[in-house]
Write a protein that binds this ligand. Structure first.
Ligand SMILES: [Zn+2]
Length: 280
């Protein structure tokens, strides 16, 4: 283990233990306060695990990566960390990551668009993107963000979210990385939730184990140039994004693009989503 362990935590909200629908996560919903508190506690548990395993020799950046990035209760997180908040950002869910980091953790994540019995399954935009493929393989947010981290040589060490996400992650990345199942999917908006205290205890333990096993992990990278294929949710979205330079429309709802690097893929996907935003 290096002298100081530097961990980047990307935090989404859908995979947090106590939440089952986007209705509950709206900022003006009475339940939003409890959900952001529970999410903040899950991130805090991961931070405690990192602290424990590194004996305090750690640097941690947390990226608030759901919606506008205004979910975490910053002053309820442990001291000594930095939090990326707000929008827009070029690399949204992993904004701020670079080659100085040693590990990526994905907390509160969800399965890719089109996953059966997965809570709020989607890939970046549930209203605009029906599916995303990189080099012919379907990918979700975990795979894309791990690929971007891998570009900087940063491996994925821990993922938390529902059972369907964890199945997806092990199928894609193998069994070496640490995972925590926060709840079990019943339908897109129904979950069998574990008790938050049980989940947090497991996150703390697994985060520590990921740091202890840091030398075992290898960065994940997509073969470049990247061949990406996007299926959008309507022909209107296809009409709107097709004029973006570099995009080839292959049918009413399918568009393909080749990018030199994963960074350019990420920029292109974000540009497509902002071009179609509010039109679905
Ligand atoms: Zn989200």
């Amino acid at each position: 283990m290096a002298q100081t362990v530097k961990v980047f935590i990307s935090f989404d909200l859908e995979g947090v233990t106590i939440v089952s629908s986007w209705r509950e996560m709206k900022k003006d919903a009475p339940s939003f306060g409890d959900i952001r508190k529970c999410g903040t506690e899950e991130v805090s548990a991961a931070i405690r695990g990192i602290h424990h395993a590194s004996r305090g020799r750690c640097e941690i950046v947390v990226c608030d990566a759901h919606a506008m990035g205004e979910n975490l209760i910053i002053d309820a997180l442990p001291k000594g960390i930095h939090t990326v908040r707000g929008s827009p950002r070029e690399f949204y869910m992993v904004e701020g990551i670079d080659e100085s980091f040693d590990l990526l953790f994905c907390i509160g994540y969800h399965a890719m668009a089109g996953t059966l019995r997965a809570g709020m399954d989607h890939t970046y935009s549930s209203s605009l993107l029906y599916s995303v493929k990189i080099n012919g393989v379907f990918v979700g947010e975990t795979e894309i963000n791990a690929g971007l981290a891998g570009h900087y040589g940063v491996p994925l060490g821990l993922v938390t979210g529902d059972d369907q996400l964890i199945k997806e992650v092990h199928k894609f990345f193998g069994d070496d990385l640490e995972t925590v199942i926060t709840k079990h999917g019943i339908s897109r908006f129904s979950m069998m939730c574990r008790h938050p205290a049980d989940v947090q205890a497991e996150i703390e333990k697994k985060a520590a184990r990921a740091v202890e096993n840091i030398d075992r992990y290898k960065p994940f990278t997509f073969k470049e140039p990247i061949q990406a294929e996007f299926e959008v949710t309507s022909s209107l979205i296809g009409d709107l994004v097709a004029p973006i330079p570099g995009i080839k429309r292959t049918s009413a709802r399918t568009l393909s693009v080749t990018t030199k690097t994963i960074l350019d893929f990420y920029r292109m996907m974000r540009l497509m989503c902002s071009t179609g935003s509010g039109q679905a």
